[in-house]
Ligand binder design. Structure first.
Ligand code: NAP
Length: 258
């Protein structure tokens, strides 16, 4: 059994959470250009309005929210239900990254990271699932990271949050395949955005947010579960994680100088 793709985005009802910058903004702009109806969510309303300015009248819906606030998510989804009757695709891109090492482990940073990166998508999925299950259709796409594949430096909270997203998506895929709902697990490598602008090291295989958006939307159209890119980097990391730990840790220590 293979899960369904989305043949065209035109007229599809799509909720992009984390649409105000970076990968989410690039996806939102590409979806608007493809003729989709796009609900734009994140905290910075001004940025969402700028993105909506490129759209036709009534093509976009601005729904500001914080993914750590369940009531705001519920209110936004209720507004979508009232206007559109549901969503065909929920694309959860929102995420936060704070570099964190064991010699300066801050539990408050860890709590905030898990709240935004893991519980945020879980809250959104819990909201949209009942209607999708009733209709036996829909697409759930969540942006994780190749940083979730295995342990890396400076990722003491971010890494676990993204590793859990991989497990969450795998579980969703198992459960939802027979129901007609498609699940897309998205694992980007380095993408040039506000989040990575803080990095003080050379990022291997760095790509633009527009290239990342193209990879994501093409993968969703094809019905892919495991959307990872750029392949020259993500395939190498997939290979590393099947190595025995001593070899894996040796390679990471030798080549990752951060
Ligand atoms: N860039 C990379 O190299 C890379 C690599 C792998 C994975 N990723 C993942 O890709 C996703 C997008 O990252 P990006 O690089 O595009 O970063 P970005 O430019 O900083 O964008 C992050 C987005 O998340 C939103 N957001 C953050 N916290 C939020 C909250 N509490 N509630 C609602 N929205 C929130 C931000 O909007 P507001 O500030 O307006 O709320 C913004 O739209 C993240 O999940 C990230 O972990 C990125």
């Amino acid at each position: 059994m293979k899960q369904k793709g989305l043949s065209s985005f035109s007229e599809k009802r799509i909720w992009v959470i984390g649409a105000s910058s970076g990968i989410g903004e690039a996806c939102a702009r590409a979806l608007i250009a493809a003729g989709a109806k796009v609900a734009l969510s994140s905290r910075r309303t001004d940025r969402l309005k700028q993105i909506a300015a490129s759209a036709q009248n009534e093509q976009t819906y601005i729904l500001p929210l914080d993914v750590t606030n369940e009531t705001q998510l519920q209110d936004a989804y209720q507004a979508i239900l009232n206007s559109w009757g549901g969503v065909d695709l929920m694309l959860f891109v929102s995420g936060v990254y704070t570099p964190l090492r064991a010699d300066d482990f801050d539990i408050r940073v860890a709590e905030k990271t898990i709240d935004a990166n893991l519980l945020g998508p879980m809250r959104a999925v819990a909201l949209i699932l009942p209607e999708m299950l009733r209709k036996h259709s829909g697409h759930i796409a969540i942006v994780g990271s190749v940083a979730g594949y295995s342990g890396l430096p400076k990722a003491l909270a971010y890494g676990p949050s993204k590793a859990a997203i991989i497990n969450f998506c795998e579980n969703l895929y198992y459960d939802l395949l027979p129901t007609g709902i498609s699940v897309h697990m998205i694992s980007p490598g380095f993408v040039a955005t506000e989040a990575t602008a803080q990095n003080d090291f050379e990022m291997p295989a760095l790509i633009s947010a527009e290239v990342a958006a193209d990879e994501i939307l093409t993968g969703i159209q094809k019905g892919e579960f495991d959307i990872h890119f750029p392949k020259r980097f993500s395939r190498f990391l997939k290979f590393l994680r099947i190595l025995p730990y001593p070899i894996y840790f040796w390679i990471v220590r030798r080549f990752v100088k951060i």
